[in-house]
Design a protein around this ligand. Sequence first.
Ligand SMILES: [Zn+2]
Ligand SMILES: [Zn+2]
Length: 155
Amino acid sequence: MPNLTSLRPLLYIIVFYLIAFWLSLSYWAFRDARERSPSVAFHVFATGISLLLPIFGLFIYMIIRPPLTMAERRALELETAALSEPGGPARELRPCPSCGEPIDSQYVLCPHCKTQFSKLCPRCNKQLKLGWSVCPYCAEEVPLQGSVPTPRIAR
Ligand SMILES: [Zn+2]
Ligand SMILES: [Zn+2]
């Protein structure tokens, strides 16, 4: 039968580790709550529940916490704002005059049927009609490319 007193230091170490584990879990809950909510009451709740109910409190907290951190939510909002903004990534679509596929009105040619309907000014990069020999925005002379890839249209 081993002497119980010789086991005591080991017991202290285990208890110490359990307490350290318990405190760091509570601290983690506090930090996590701070990232997910600006409300102080919520921070207190998250820390309190993981202190009062070690481990189980943390599970409860993880079930009811907001699914996204505030930084994630902000990124999502910016993304949605950018998408709905005119001139943003979601540009105006129009059907291609040749094949009818919806294409961006800023395109100079249709990526589906490769019909070219405009060109870009080499100087100011504005969209020009194929027949124009000068840019109306910056007065740059634009060489007329006699035949363009696909001669569609009867004008
Ligand atoms: Zn097309
Ligand atoms: Zn120009």
